[in-house]
Design a protein around this ligand. Structure first.
Ligand code: NAP
Length: 314
């Protein structure tokens, strides 16, 4: 019997699906990720691994596996896997692009609108009993989104989905990416994007060129009236530099779905700032999308073990 390890808490019906397909399944069943030792021990004689972004799949884990054929991740990002090393050992990598693109682009727009129009601040005001004045023209004024300049960094799948949404808000869209794309937006260099954008959205993957891409220099080049939105990976942003920029008024606000350390701690000074909207890494978190991600990642796993064509392979 072929054996697969699932190193995060996957929906029960998909564990059953794997069993019904004749696999021996060793599945982790807690929201707290397993230790490295647990993965190493169980992966030893496994044919496939289904992991998520909470599992760091490094050389040590890959070396512990004696007959692993596939690593399938329940994510589009693969920065948690030593992909080159796995491939050098002829281990195939499956991932879940496309199925989560629209849900993530929707969340990015939700964050953008929330921070521009002070939605969360307003909610907190009411709940804390501080809404104690009648309507006035200058109360809780935010920033208009319609007709503004959206600067997208990273014109991949999510970047393109953002372009479509921005059209509905009559936005002018400019972008910077490693390579120019056929898309209804204007390619500009990074400095121009930072100088002209009212909203700077990060839609890059985490790689050595994007680690701490948002640093003090980057933030100093943005408009003082601009907002930064990040739902890519936390480590793309130097949070210390962002905190200073938000405190000193270098930029007006930020909205973040991802953090340098997750879960982020109550000691993170970003939490204390009014001009920041925070969500707990829920970019792809809709019932529909999470089901599709489960289906794709499980099918990738099975195809990888059997030597068949995967739904999405890196
Ligand atoms: P993608 O199609 O691979 O797009 C990434 C884009 O970033 C590519 O177009 C790439 O350019 C560009 N890029 C990479 N390095 C760059 C740099 N230094 N400067 C400018 N552009 C750069 O990936 P995707 O499907 O859109 O997803 C993007 C990322 O979003 C994922 O990797 C993941 O980390 C994150 N994500 C987060 C959530 C969430 O829950 N918050 C959900 C889904 C995805 P080229 O095309 O030229 O290579």
């Amino acid at each position: 019997m072929q054996k697969v390890v699932v190193s995060f808490r996957l929906f029960k019906e998909w564990i059953e699906f794997l069993k019904d397909n004749g696999f021996e399944v060793i599945a982790w069943d807690s929201s707290v990720p397993p230790s490295k030792e647990w993965i190493k021990e169980n992966i030893k004689d496994a044919d496939g691994l289904l992991c998520s972004l909470v599992n760091r799949i490094d050389r040590e884990i890959i070396d512990a596996a004696e007959r692993l054929k596939v690593i399938s991740t329940f994510s589009v990002g693969f920065d948690h896997i030593d992909v080159n090393y796995a491939k050098s050992k002829k281990i195939r990598i499956g991932y879940t692009p496309e199925v989560l693109t629209d849900a993530t682009a929707d969340l990015i727009f939700a964050l953008l609108l929330a921070v521009a129009r002070r939605v969360v601040e307003g909610d907190k005001l009411i709940r804390s009993g501080r809404w104690n004045q009648p309507w006035t023209p200058d109360f809780m004024i935010g920033t208009e989104v319609n007709g503004k300049v959206l600067g997208i960094i990273g014109m991949g799948r999510i970047g393109r989905a953002l372009v479509k949404r921005a059209k509905g808000f009559n936005m002018r869209v400019i972008y910077n990416s490693r390579t120019k794309k056929e898309v209804e937006a204007e390619f500009v260099d990074l400095d121009t994007l930072l100088r002209e954008s009212d909203f700077v959205v990060l839609a890059v993957d985490l790689n050595p060129t994007t680690y701490h891409m948002v640093n003090r220099d980057f933030l100093n080049k943005m408009k003082r009236s601009a907002f930064l939105i990040n739902a890519s990976r936390g480590k793309v942003v130097d949070e210390k530099a962002l905190t200073e920029a938000l405190q000193s008024g270098t930029i007006r606000g930020a909205a973040l779905d991802v953090f340098e350390e997750e879960p982020t701690s109550l000691d993170n000074p970003l939490i204390k700032l009014e001009n920041v909207v925070l969500t707990p890494h829920i970019g792809s978190a809709t019932f529909e999308t999470r089901q599709k991600m489960a289906e794709v990642s499980v099918k990738n796993l099975i195809a990888g073990v059997r030597g068949e064509k995967m739904v999405f392979e890196l």
